[in-house]
Design a protein around this ligand. Structure first.
Ligand SMILES: *Cc1c(COP(=O)(O)O)cnc(C)c1O
Length: 412
């Protein structure tokens, strides 16, 4: 039985999340399937940032740190992220970038295992996480080592030598979802610390950090949380480590008494010691607006819809484009995927450029991956139908052969 556009429209009318689409300022005639790279603009973000600029910054000036609780923004915004990732509000801060938070948490984790020297990660992990680990190992005088193995060898590589297991829950290329509970338990069985990157998880489906016993986590504000380009990231430290974990960047915002201006650093108790410098209020304002859109979202609906959008995409590509050479790179089972579907094709780059020229925005990841992010708050089932229809036209008309689609831009 074949699927049609009316079937997709029916799925949209039965979708409990469909009403959220209107909260986003999406351009007309664009099908936006790149929310895993840069989330769409919440209408509320534009209003709130304007208010903070004109009224708070413009009129109340420096008084706003107290008057409008600018100083409390990292903890307040972190508290709103907590619900999405299965953490307590006092375990999360919105701060810095994901890369920096990897550095901070990784160092804190290594200090909790001073008798061990190895950071274990998988070779499909996002490069910046591996780079930060390499830089940290070098800073520590090469006493530490980063060991990178394929994911299916993590279990055997987890020995008593491993200080930290550092993984990203969703593979950024294939969308493969890793078993956080099982891998965290495997790490703990060897007394290793578990550090998770939730860049492609937070806001896409419910995460259960505490249920899984995770020790540390980091993640992005500008992907599924819709915080805007370069939005602050987040950092999670399990409460049981609050008194012992110490991060290496001794900034004044992590000091016990920043406005005492003491000459010596004393870390503030709790998650606050993971802050470094002055919080970026305009960016935090936009991120908080993005998070407020999740306030009345049932996270189980998020998971169900994200799986259904992916299932539909895969079914339609197979129905409409048989023999196109597009090979599914994501797990077929929704339960094993994050919120994206990816296909391999040797001409992946120009195919994606031709699609973008038609208004279907996904992205390309080297060497041959076409990636389609399915943000459940604003992507509709009809969008999926239309995206696949454009893909079919691109392939049938060999549109991707046009020379302008082969030129590589700085950002892919
Ligand atoms: C997107 C992403 C990052 C990005 O880190 P930034 O510091 O924000 O540039 C880090 N890790 C993973 C797994 C990502 O997907």
């Amino acid at each position: 039985m074949s699927l049609s556009l009316p079937d997709c429209r029916e799925m949209d009318s039965a979708d409990p999340l469909a009403r959220h689409r209107d909260a986003f300022a999406l351009p007309e005639r664009i099908i936006y399937l790149d929310g895993n790279s840069l989330g769409a603009l919440p209408k509320l973000a534009a209003q709130r940032v304007h208010d903070v600029i004109s009224r708070q910054w413009g009129q109340d000036l420096i008084k706003s740190w107290n008057l409008h609780d600018w100083i409390g923004a990292p903890a307040r915004v972190g508290g709103k992220i907590a619900r999405l990732i299965g953490a307590k509000p006092n375990e999360v801060m919105a701060a810095d970038s994901t890369s920096l938070n990897v550095f901070k948490t990784l160092h804190a984790a290594l200090r909790l295992r001073p008798d061990r020297r190895i950071i274990l990660s998988d070779e499909a992990n996002f490069p910046t996480d591996l780079y930060m680990a390499q830089g940290l190992a070098e800073l520590l005088g090469s006493s530490h080592e980063i060991r990178i193995v394929p994911l299916d060898r993590i279990a055997t590589a987890l020995t008593e030598e491993i200080a930290v297991l550092m993984l990203t829950e969703v593979d950024y290329r294939t969308g493969r979802l890793h078993d956080m509970a099982a891998l965290t338990k495997a790490a703990h069985d060897k007394r290793a610390i578990a550090l998770w990157d939730l860049a492609h998880s937070a806001g896409a489906f419910p995460v259960d950090l505490n249920g899984c016993g995770a020790d540390f986590a980091v993640g992005c504000g500008y992907k599924y949380l819709n915080g805007g380009p370069g939005a602050p990231a987040f950092i999670f430290v399990a409460e049981r480590w609050h008194d012992t974990a110490e991060q290496p960047l001794f900034g004044w915002m992590g000091h016990e008494a920043p406005f005492a201006f003491d000459l010596d650093y004393r870390p503030r108790p709790g998650i606050h010691r993971f802050l470094v410098g002055t919080p970026p209020i305009l960016s935090l304002t936009a991120l908080e607006a993005g998070l407020d859109l999740f306030a009345d979202v049932d996270l189980a609906d998020l998971r169900r819809k994200s799986g259904a959008l992916g299932d539909l995409f895969i079914a339609l590509v197979e129905q409409e484009l048989p023999g196109s050479g597009l090979v599914l790179a994501s797990p077929r089972k929704a339960a094993e995927r994050g919120s994206q579907v990816s296909f391999r094709h040797p001409e992946g780059y120009p195919i994606m450029q031709a699609l973008i020229a038609r208004g279907v925005i996904g992205d390309f990841r080297a060497p041959d991956i076409l990636r389609f992010g399915l943000a459940p708050l604003y992507v509709s089932f009809a969008d999926i139908w239309n995206a696949v229809a454009h893909l079919k036209a691109v392939m049938a008309g060999m549109e991707w052969q046009r020379p302008e689609f082969r030129r590589r831009a700085a950002v892919t």
